[in-house]
Each structure stands twice: as structure tokens, then as C-alpha cells.
Design a protein around this ligand. Sequence first.
Ligand code: C5P
Length: 237
Amino acid sequence: MNENIYLALDFPSWQETKLFLDTNHLHGVPVKVGMELFYREGPLIIEKLKQQNHAIFLDLKLHDIPTTVMRAMKNLASLGIDLVNVHALGGGEMIRYAKEGLVSGSNGKIPKLIAVTILTSMEQQVLNEQLRISGNVVENAVYFASVAQDNGADGVVCSVHEANPIKACCGDAFLTVTPGIRLTESDKNDQKRIATPDFARDNGSDFIVIGRSVTQAVNPYEAYQRVVEEWKHDIKG
Ligand code: C5P
């Protein structure tokens, strides 16, 4: 187990999630709960996972008017999660309100507020031509990170390739959470800007999020151990 590695539980239901965790002896590892599972199971799934001692990153990527985000965050904070996120594209005021909601809703430890910079599935061409945001991905990720930091976020979701430039701009204490992680032998799937766990650690990631490289492996338990070993540099990928 490693507190810096969040396993993405991208399963359709609690039943499948539980079966996966039981079968592969992965109880107690930090997990990421995303929209698919949360929208099916609701807040109860957080309680169930907490009973099995999982640290929880609730990845719902909120993006709405500031007051709505604040009220939603107040509710989410009461669940006792560890990390939660918003889209930085929602703007500085929305991020500030999100933080206010987390502070007012928590019953102790305030969940860390993480802002998504540019989705790791997105390429520059889409950014420039469809969203009409000029510049390259790295400079936009750094810019959105600085907006998020100025408005109270504790860190960002970004690709490994943006983590060091973000640390250079926002300082080492500003957290970087990096999805798009693959074990060397795994497929790329729909991610565009990918990296291995040891590369992530060497390049400014504080936390990695890994899903399909583990969940779709022939032996998920072994794949997870390999991620931990690579992260710790016990072996090279
Ligand atoms: O299976 P894979 O390792 O690609 O899973 C990555 C996980 O990280 C998914 O649950 C996805 O929703 C999430 N994520 C991402 N890019 C972001 C934010 C979250 O891939 N910018």
C-alpha cells in the first residue's frame, strides 16, 4: 500500500467494486471514486469504503456557478473524504466558494481542494480549435494552476508532463495529482499524455491516479504491487 497512489474505481456499481477489492486483496488502499460509481451508488458508497479504511479522492470535477458549488462542497465535505476537485475553468470565484463550502461543511479534517487544469485526455489541437483557448497545454496548465492557487486550492490535477512546470510556478507545497499513468506494458487507452509511476515520481507528482493498468490487468493484485514498487523505485519499469 502507498498513500500517494490512488486506485481509480471505475466500476459500474458497488457490487462489482466490492468483488474486485475482495478478490484482489486491495482493501485499505487509497481509492478514487468518480462519477460513474458515485452517480449510481450515492454518498453511501463513501461510507462503505471508509468502513474498509480507504482514503478517498472524490473525483466529481464540479463546475457550476459559485454558490451552487459552495453548497455542493459543503455536503461533500461532511462525507469525510480526503481529496475533492473542481474544474479550474470554472474560474477563481468558483474555486474560492468551493473552498468556503469545504471549510464550513467539514467535521474535522478539511478535504483538500484540487483543481483540474487541462484533462489529460485533451490535445493541444482540441484546446486551440474547439475550445478556442490559445497556447500550448503546458502553459495553460501552469496558468490555471496559478489561478487555482490564488483562490485557495491546495493543488491541481495535471499530466505528469506539467507537474514540474507547475511546481516551479506555484511552489513545492502546491500538490500535483497526476492521472494518465501506465505500467510499461499497458495500453494507452484514451489517455494522451501518459507516463509510468517512476517517471511520475521523478517529475514532480505528489499523487498518482491509476485505473485500467491495474483494474484490467490479468492479475490486478500483482499489477498494483508493481505500481507501488515502481513508485518507490524498487524496480525499474
Ligand atoms: O484508467 P486510467 O488510469 O486512465 O484512469 C484515469 C482516471 O483518472 C479516470 O478515472 C479518469 O476519470 C481520471 N482523470 C483523468 N484526467 C483528469 C482527471 C481525472 O484521467 N484530468
